[in-house]
Design a binder for this molecule. Structure first.
Ligand SMILES: Nc1ncnc2c1ncn2[C@@H]1O[C@H](COP(=O)(O)OP(=O)(O)OP(=O)(O)O)[C@@H](O)[C@H]1O
Ligand SMILES: O=C(O)[C@H](O)[C@@H](O)[C@H](O)[C@H](O)CO
Length: 185
């Protein structure tokens, strides 16, 4: 690590379809001057095959399905930050507060920043009915929103960006501005 003693991990959270992958892939460019090796990690690729199979069959994940995955998300993102200059970005729904606490506990030496992308269910449903080639379909949204616990203002290092009515460039700009408070660039 070159930039800081503690690894920093930006977690892009939120229900399926809010734009976590779209934004994460492009966000790395904003930080490359200071963190030239920074990686964006796709949290969906870290799910065990059983979880992917459940979601693809329209069966919502339970807490027990998620713990192992969340532990891997915390460890793999921390390792990436440690190996690539001190900062990593990962997408991970992180729907419940206890999941975020669990990740912080699993990697206690990492500074996590949870940035949630949010829009109401109708907006996201419209997007998912148009998205192709992804295992997660719009029929899973009800359970995703039922599980969603957006961070309160007293939960440290968290922020919510309302993506409704914003195109990708606008979301990127808002996201980057919020993240600059966590990672001075
Ligand atoms: N700001 C935006 N405005 C309109 N459409 C968007 C925006 N951001 C992403 N999309 C589109 O919405 C769909 C969902 O985006 P994306 O796959 O990035 O979401 P995600 O949060 O990673 O979803 P999942 O958790 O299911 O993997 C995609 O088809 C993407 O092109
Ligand atoms: O916690 C969960 O239920 C899952 O992480 C989902 O949110 C998906 O991984 C993701 O959104 C894929 O579409």
């Amino acid at each position: 690590m070159t930039n800081s003693a503690r690894p920093k991990v930006i977690v892009l959270g939120g229900t399926a379809g809010t734009g976590k992958s779209t934004i994460g892939e492009r966000l790395v460019k904003f930080f490359q001057d200071k963190y030239p090796e920074i990686q964006f990690l796709e949290g969906d690729r870290i799910h065990p095959p059983e979880n992917v199979a459940k979601m693809a069959h329209g069966i919502p994940l339970t807490d027990d399905d998620r713990w192992g995955w969340l532990a891997d998300v915390a460890k793999i993102s921390t390792a990436s930050a440690e190996e690539h200059g001190g900062l990593a970005i990962i997408s991970c729904s992180s729907l419940k507060k206890k999941y975020r606490d669990f990740m912080r506990e699993k990697s206690p030496n990492t500074d996590f920043f949870f940035l949630f992308l949010y829009a109401d269910m109708r907006v996201i449903a419209h997007r998912l009915t148009q998205r192709e080639g992804h295992f997660m379909k719009a029929n899973m949204l009800e359970s995703q929103f039922k599980d969603l616990e957006l961070p309160n203002s007293d939960e440290p290092n968290c922020h919510v960006v309302d993506v409704d009515g914003k195109d990708v460039e606008q979301v990127l700009q808002h996201t980057y501005e919020d993240l600059c408070k966590f990672v001075p660039n």
